[in-house]
Every structure is written in structure tokens, then in C-alpha cells.
Design a protein. Sequence first.
Lengths: 119, 408
Amino acid sequence: MQYMLLIYTNPATDLAPGTPEFMEMLARYGKAGETYETDGVFKAGAALQAPATATTVKVRHGKVQTMDGPFAETKEMLAGYYLLDCPDLDAAIKYAAMIPGAETGSVEVRPVVDFSKFR
Amino acid sequence: MLETAAAINTLMRDDGGRLLAALIAELRDFQLAEDCLQEAWASAVSHWQRGLPGSPQGWLLQVARRRAIDHIRRGKNFREKQRELSILMEHDQAASAEDADDNVIPDERLRLIFTCCHPALDETTRIALTLRSLGGMTTPEIARAFLVTEDAMAQRLVRAKHKISVAGIRYEVPEADALPGRLNSVLDVIYLIFNEGYASRAEPYMRPEFCNEAIRLARLLMHLMPGESTIEGLLALMLLHQARAPARLKDDALVPLDEQDRALWSKPLIEEGLVHVKSALSRGLPDAYQIQAAISALHCEAANFAATDWAQIAALYGELTRHKNNPVIEINRIAALSYVHGPELALEMLRGLEDDFKAYQPFHALKADLLRRLRDPAAAQAYEAALAMTKNQAELKLLEKRWAALRS
């Protein structure tokens, strides 16, 4: 079954791009991604631009409302995701623990709804 | 009629977990298995009035299975349940042919324990689910222990079973690489159940039914996974604690070790506990549970308080800090050392920890005790600090007694 691995980190303490620490983290993301590919579980994945670049969209009474920034008022923000196809939750947790973001922030593991069951 | 009801109660307690575990294995659906088994029990109440069937367990499983077949056929996701349905019908026919012999019910309880104690579930949920599924405790009993309403506890259990099915928590004993961690999660749940009975968060302070349940679960686990020293260590630890339980309370106040009437300690439990400590440690893989059991064993073996091997106990607490990170361990080590080198030195050691440990109640309780033994007038103030941090009624009464005795 498919699991969404949502990576949350604190933008205030995120590593600055270009620093050796940042490059090391990038290499570790690369390694995690390679493991997902080799194990045949990788479906999709992406890193997101900083929350300050986000626009929140709402439609109320047919009118489009836009708001600068993300909706959440929390310290940890969505920074990226992986979509993996795993045999069970234990496997998904194992892969989530390989994500560098799990060490500074947290990774939420959510099973994806299988709509074929509703047909 | 009463006999039938009594027989059903005994069956529920002794075989309920086994039947549920077997049914989940066939149905792959925790909630459905529980509902169908519930219906089978209800059916037994009316059908067994004129006597029990040859194999009550086989009868119950058969009825539950047929209920499940009905439920699945009537359900809207009938089509994707074909696999389960054919397995059920196969089992149903096989059981009829064998005249429902209970010996063919496979023991799937290990899978059920690992599922109930899965680390992706909240700690309270793990405890409640384990007690409900394997312990034969009712939802109201569990709700009372956790100081929540029956509805809230029932909701929590339903949510947990939903998560197990939707989030892909497998109904399996974990594979070798994940086993040690997952086994620890199971043992932690069992020990939390024990502590719920040994030092309850609710009144009364001690609830023997929880301690007995934890010991029963540890015995079951040892039977299902023989040769695991960590399980045997936990069983020993609980037996040796439970052995001393009869001497722990007097007039609702906690009785400290030096004032306990050792004649009240249970000799059979101590003997059994000692056998398991030795057997576990002989495998050469000490861990936190085995070391704590060894400490408890030294207390149990001492003829009186003065004869306690405190140097050995202090050394074991030192060893324990290498396995477990908890400030109380260091405080207990210092307490043990106070009987080897005297209270002054212990107080000196305690002072060194003041900044890090002053938020912990045991720090103040030990400090008060050491000052009392030194007949230092500062003891009163230390007792007041400890009392202010004590929530537990039984311990509160002990500290109040000692504080009051300072004036006489």
C-alpha cells in the first residue's frame, strides 16, 4: 500500500544552501532516495521552496481568496515529501527514519486512500 | 443457569484471547473478529443452558466464523473479501468434519500481542488494547483505571482497531531485524500494566488484578517465545515485586523497606522469582529488566534490612544506568550507598546533583531521609519540599508521618 511521508522542519533552523553541512544533508537525501529506488518502493518525492514563498488559496461563496504564506501557525513547516509503496507500516516507518529531516524535525507517515475500494 | 454463566466467564478469561487471535488470523479484520466473537458469546449464553458442548472453544469459533460469513456476504465490500470468505468457508467445513475439536485451534496470540503493542499506537492505547484483547478485562474496568469515561475508552479502542486495519499494521510477529525493538515495546506494555496495579494513578494505590494480569501475560509470552532472557527477567522482576506487596501498605500509608514485616512476604513467589532471575542471567545477556530483577532478588534474599547486600545493590544500580537513562536510578544508587558509606557521603553526592535533579520528587524524598538519619534539623524543610511534590496519597502519608515524627 502507498504511504505519504511528509517532512516537517523548522525554517528558522534549516541549513543554509551551499554550506558544507547543507551539502552533506543533500548527499544523505540522495542516499535515502537510492535505497527507495533499489528496494522498489519509490513512487514520487520532492523538496519544497521555503514557506515564505507559499500562497494559501481559499474559495468562499464562489470567490477566490489568496493569502501570503502557509496556513499553519506552527514552528515546523512542510518541507518536502516522499510517496512510497510499502508492504506495511513497519516498512514505511523504517524508510521514514532514513530521512535527514527526521533528525531535526519530524516525518508524518500517512497511508494513502485507495479509491479502487469504493468503486 | 449460574453454572453456565460461571463456565462462560472462565472460558472468556482463559480462552478469549486465543479465540480472538485465531479469528483475526482468518478474518484479517480486528473489529469484525471482535464483533463476531461477541455474538458467539451471547449465543452461548442462550444455547448452553442445558449443558456445554463437547468442545466449547470449537463451538464458539464455529459460531463466530458463521457470523463473519453472514456479515461479509451482507457487506458492501463483499467482492474484495472473496479471499477471506473462501478461507472461512473452508475452515467451517473442516471444523464440521472434525466435530469441532478445539485442539485444531491454532495459537495466534503472539501475533495478537505484537499487533496490540505496536509502537505506532499511543502508549495508553497499547495498554488498553492488550488488556481488552488478551487479558480478558472489560472496557469499563480499563476505563476506571485510566480515569476516563467508558465511552471515551471504547472510542479509543475503536480508533485503534481502525488504524491497525487502515494504516497497514500487519498481524504478524515482526521479522528478526525488527524483533528486539518490537519485543521491548511489548514488554514495556506488560510492565506498565503491572505498575498500574503496583502504584496506581487512581485510588486505590494497589490493584492486584492488574499485577496478576501482567504476570499472566509475561508467563504467556515466555511460553510463546521460550529462551528470551529479557522476558524471563521481566517476569522475575514482577514476581519479586509482587512477593513483597502484602507488606507495602499499612493504614493506607506506604511502608518503607526498613519497616516492612518480612514475614508477610510471599515465599512461593520469591522462590519462583529467584529461579527465573538466575535462569535469565545465566544466558549472559543482561538488560534493564534483568538487572532490576537482580536488585529485587537481593532485597528478597536478605533476612532483615540490616543484612541487605547494599554494596552489590549500589553496583547493580550503577550497571543499570548503562542500560536505562532515568534520574531515579542514580538517586536509588545513592540511597543504597548511604547504607554502605553512611548518610553524610550520600548527602554530599546528592548536593552535586542538585541543579539537575531538583525537579524530581525522589531527590527531595531521599534528601529528607538522609537528613533525618543524621538528626539534622534541616530535615523538616526537606520533608516539606518533598511533600509539596508528592501527588500519590500512600507516599504522602508516609512522608507526613516521618515529618511529624521529627518533632517528637
